[in-house]
Design a protein around this ligand. Structure first.
Ligand SMILES: [Zn+2]
Length: 431
């Protein structure tokens, strides 16, 4: 018999009373602690778990304002543009179901590498056909699913597109996604402050994309640099090398900044970023439709990058050929710079071929010439044209190499983020 069972009823009541007092005291203490912490913090923030994400400050500061919220998830499109087929491997038990449904449409103990294809009426996984538009594959092991040589956490959604191609979308908790993004986007050798700043910038970017995704879309962002790079837990290169897509270090950078985002006027800020700004970040206006709040700031911190300054020579005939579709000028004879570089705006040029002239900007010319950034000067010498450029990437917002320089100089995470996004502040979402 258990010792407690022979207690007298009166003792039990007394014990119950003591417990009730203790519980009440604990509840009071928790409330007091919460009120105190809400005074110290900025207005508490809430994120609805259902899309779109709404982040707003508490309207009543009298009430305890920090209410834990469900950690957000993110839907990452692993196949921008769709694929005619992809490979799926599941190393443990799995089920196949409709998105949001619980009824099993299929299951297995494991799935050896299988080809996934779609046609106008079905999705086929290996030899099994599913007459569905979208499927969700759930693995018992996490991470447990490999799509095209990348191992992922979370679930995989397969979507049949109207053009008959197949898309794979990885749905997983935001913080787990970010652990891979930090390592995919920034070298492990960069200072901890820079990597934590990257985690905040990437979290904000992802939540902003989720908030602004088309309600009909089946994903929030892409796994490539079109959005931000996400390699998964690990991946195998074309040459067969198996590499990690996340690490203890990237997980630590994410954990240290959990829920932290960059906001302006109580709204998520659109935190565009690039690898190397080249000495001055680019004004977002005129580059991205949703980046007009991103102003140009000086950044001497990225000068140790190999891309800080660069030169690419062209034969003049080759230069004319590569740009002719854009300019309609068969032989360029002179170039006049009308904007940039180094002024915080995209470079612009007036190109001439004898009597005819054409306008072109750095983004258009970068695409055609395969340059590292849209920030460059063009110098014509005899039969050569030289592009003298700055930085790597569009240059808008946070500069990754600049964050490295600032981290090495002892700047804090907060200082680094604030430098590139003036007028914003860091807030912590309570999840
Ligand atoms: Zn920079």
């Amino acid at each position: 018999m258990a010792r407690g069972d022979d207690r007298k009823p009166k003792d039990s009541l007394k014990t119950l009373g003591v417990w009730l007092i203790l519980v009440a005291a604990t509840v009071m203490l928790v409330i007091v602690v919460r009120v105190d912490s809400s005074r110290e913090d900025s207005p508490a923030l809430r994120v609805k778990s259902a899309r779109p994400v709404v982040v707003k400050p508490s309207v009543n500061s009298e009430r305890p304002s920090k209410t834990p919220i469900a950690p957000p998830t993110i839907r990452v499109n692993l196949t921008p543009g769709g694929e005619s087929s992809l490979q799926l491997e599941i190393r443990g038990p799995y089920t196949v179901r409709r998105i949001g449904g619980t009824r099993e449409l299929g299951k297995g103990a494991r799935l050896a590498p299988a080809k996934v294809v779609a046609n106008k009426t079905e999705i086929r996984i290996g030899s099994v056909s599913y007459p569905e538009t979208q499927l969700e594959v759930v693995s018992k092991d996490d991470p447990g699913m490999r799509v095209n040589n990348h191992l992922y956490r979370g679930v995989i959604r397969l979507c049949r597109r109207t053009d008959g191609l197949i898309s794979a979308v990885n749905v997983l908790p935001m913080e787990e996604y970010l652990a891979s993004v930090v390592d995919s986007e920034m070298p492990a050798a960069f200072p901890e402050a820079a990597r934590q700043a990257q985690a905040i910038v990437s979290r904000t970017y992802a939540l902003y994309q989720k908030e602004h995704a088309d309600p009909a879309a089946v994903y929030d962002l892409f796994s490539t640099q079109r959005s931000q790079k996400y390699l998964g837990v690990e991946y195998t290169t074309d040459s067969g090398r198996r590499l990690a897509g996340e690490s203890a270090s990237s997980r630590a950078a994410v954990a240290a900044t959990r829920g932290m985002v960059c906001m302006k006027n109580a709204k998520l800020f659109c935190t565009y970023y690039s690898a190397v700004c080249g000495g001055r970040t680019t004004s977002g206006a005129g580059v991205f439709a949703d980046a007009s709040d991103l102003i140009s700031v000086p950044c001497e911190w990225c000068h140790e990058s190999d891309h800080y300054r660069w030169t690419v020579p062209f034969e003049r005939a080759d230069f004319s050929k590569k740009t002719q579709q854009l300019t309609s000028l068969p032989k360029i004879t002179s170039v006049r710079q009308t904007a940039g570089p180094g002024t915080g705006v995209i470079s612009r040029f007036r190109l001439a071929d004898g009597a005819k002239t054409a306008e072109a900007n750095g983004i258009e010319l970068r695409d055609r010439l395969g340059l590292r950034s849209p920030h460059f000067a063009l110098v014509i010498e005899k039969d050569k044209v030289r592009a003298e450029g700055r930085g790597h990437g569009h240059g808008v917002g946070f500069c990754q190499w600049g964050a490295r320089g600032q981290g090495l100089a002892g700047k804090t995470v907060k200082e680094i983020v604030a430098h590139y996004y003036p007028g914003t502040e860091l807030k912590k979402l309570d999840y």
